[in-house]
Design a protein around this ligand. Structure first.
Ligand code: XUL
Ligand code: MN
Length: 345
């Protein structure tokens, strides 16, 4: 049992291709994926705009909405809901140099078109969250963009989305690098700053992914805490990451159980989920996995969240208080290690 509701995106079950080699597993259809997600206990699906409406660039605005309505019917069939829609700008020929912060007006217009269509799709799917993973909003060549102008363009783009729909919420998913070298919005602190500069900060918050925080050299639980302190942690992407290298999207807890424990603890202690937030996963199966094991990383991640919830429920706050008063942090640390290992009794 879990106090959380879980979400997952269809891209979390993928064919295993990477930057250095081709796919290794057959494709699984969208319907087959969401059917399996429902059976596994997920409540909500995360969408990129073109996960919901493939080839959307070739469709009219009305056709896009009609396609989205078909996806809504499919969600209803499996008793699932949509958590968010994220414009997938990084794979498009119009956005080689970013979308919202591109130096080309034509590219910026295209990015806004996709952002508005993402909002249309979200409305058809019955959700009010737009996630911006700002993949190429930064620089490969430092001198290629003015960083002040870049941040301001980002704010103006978000203002455009807020104006387009008075109900929609924008969640920035910060990441310091990859595919870009230097991102304009790398951490949760930057997200809060961008939010404050928009026309309606109450509708601009964050989604924190564990691996992205680690890539920034930060602690994911503290990044979550920072968003929570501003009442602006509206989503998470739990996963794991072995240090500051390429984005790995490992199963939650696979690298650092103590960090996993503290992420779940900060979510539990601060009532994450009480306003309908989902515990989202963003994990990739290793390339070695065979097709029949395409979902194992998701099941494992969910299991680790639940195991950590159990550990959090056992956390001895009186003992913590005593050790804090004594400034005996060696004992506090050992207590946590023994709790995680099941040696606390
Ligand atoms: C990329 C990443 C994305 C976003 C959704 O690192 O995490 O999958 O979560 O666009
Ligand atoms: Mn993510």
């Amino acid at each position: 049992m879990s106090q959380f509701k879980f979400s997952v995106g269809p891209w979390n079950v993928h064919e295993g291709g990477d930057a250095f080699g081709p796919v290794v597993r057959e494709s699984i259809s969208f319907e087959e994926k969401i059917k399996t997600f429902a059976e596994m206990g997920f409540s909500a699906i995360q969408f990129h705009d073109d996960d919901a409406v493939p080839n959307m660039n070739d469709l009219t605005e009305e056709e896009i909405k009609a396609e989205a309505r078909k996806v809504k019917a499919l969600l209803d069939k499996y008793n699932l809901v949509a958590e968010f829609v994220a414009p997938r700008l990084w794979e498009d020929n119009h956005t080689h140099d970013g979308g919202f912060t591109s130096m080309s007006q034509e590219d910026r217009d295209f990015a806004m078109w996709r952002a508005y269509r993402s909002i249309d799709i979200a409305n058809e799917l019955g959700c009010d969250k737009i996630v911006l993973w700002l993949a190429r909003e930064g620089t490969l060549c430092y001198e290629s963009k003015n960083p002040v102008e870049g941040v301001n363009r980002l704010v103006e783009s978000i203002n455009g989305m807020l104006d387009y729909d008075s109900n929609i919420k924008v969640l920035i998913e910060p990441k310091p690098n990859e595919p870009i070298d230097r991102s304009f919005c790398p951490t949760m602190g930057h997200v809060m700053g961008v939010s404050a500069k928009t026309n309606d900060p109450s509708r601009v918050g964050g989604l924190l992914e564990s691996a992205h925080a680690i890539l920034a050299g930060l602690d994911p639980a503290n990044e979550m805490a920072f968003g929570l302190a501003f009442d602006k942690l509206w989503g998470v992407h739990l996963n794991d990451q072995n240090g500051m290298k390429y984005d790995q999207d490992k199963a939650f807890g696979a690298e650092n159980l103590r960090q996993a424990f503290n992420q779940v603890r900060v979510l539990v202690e601060n009532g994450f989920g009480n306003n309908g937030e989902y515990v989202g996963l963003d994990v990739k199966a290793m390339r070695t996995q065979k097709i029949e094991d395409s979902y194992r990383h998701l099941a494992n991640s969910m299991k680790v969240v639940k195991l950590m919830e159990e550990k959090v429920s056992k956390f001895d706050y009186a003992l913590q208080k005593k050790y804090i008063e004594e400034r005996n942090y060696e004992s506090l640390e050992m207590y946590v290690i023994e709790l995680i290992l099941g040696l606390d009794n």
